[in-house]
Design a protein around this ligand. Sequence first.
Ligand SMILES: Cc1ncc(COP(=O)(O)O)c(C=O)c1O
Length: 326
Amino acid sequence: MQYAENILETIGNTPLVKLNKLTKDLPCLVLAKYETFNPGNSVKDRMAVKMIEDAEAQGLLKPGGTIIEGTSGNTGMGLALAAIVKGYKCIFVLSDKQSKEKMDILRAVGAEVIVCPTDVEPTDPRSYYSVSKRLGEETPNSWYVNQYDNLSNTKAHYESTGPEIWKQTGGKITNFVVGVGTGGTISGVGKYLKEQNPDIKIWGIDTYGSVFKKYHETGIFDENEIYPYVTEGIGEDILPKNVNFDIIDGFEKVTDKDAAVYTQLLAKEEGMFLGNSAGAAIKGLLQLKDHFTKDDVVVVLFHDHGSRYVGKMFNNEWMKKMGYID
Ligand SMILES: Cc1ncc(COP(=O)(O)O)c(C=O)c1O
């Protein structure tokens, strides 16, 4: 018989899938690291389990404890699955711009969900950064995960996602393209790949309203760059410790409209029913086309599943209301 001991053992070893239609004008091979095959339907399962295991080993998370996190949904899903298997409780703090599906899904796997306003400063006591931090301090026998600054996040991708991509491409990968939020995925995968071959280029996809691109190019943290945006999962108004700017060769910004339209196109043209950051990632990759030649093997990582966006990017009424389609 061949079976996993529990659902956590099925995390990782996701497929690499060729893109065919959206990339037809590019000279190179484009492959998607297709992370929705993880049991929580996102790449975040990998780092969620790693952060929990490291916290257990350091004595920060004790039996029967409560896991507290500010999460846009996917990390929460991974943490919740691990909490069920390992016997912990979960409280998650989300900002109100996150889709209702994400909130309902977290409740479905037993988590308590607290919703905070998006349009406030990170230091405001109502912000989801502040509320999750305060709950971590006030709740007995709790552990505040802090995926932004918890370096086990990067480590998970250094130990699993990076080696998988290297092995699946037979070491032929030349460019890696991925959306950046906490920075764990790009920093862990990027560090591993550059250690194998320092010539591999690492590209971060950013959004308008986020500080990453300008900070990377100028070293200036420009508060004027910050405004509320629609794209989910990528971009930040802070500099998380997990973003290792040194291993990133460049950032490319994608508009909210393009990210939404390309999320639909991935489903319609490639049969890839994916989340909003996948739309941003593929559009950013297309914008970078002048950097690619016929010998390149470009891997783009798609973070999460389309089911979490049926009320937004896959709802044409919403798309019209936003002015993204006629
Ligand atoms: C849908 C989605 N895309 C992209 C990202 C960014 O990944 P990372 O936090 O590893 O930079 C996240 C992270 O929250 C996400 O949930």
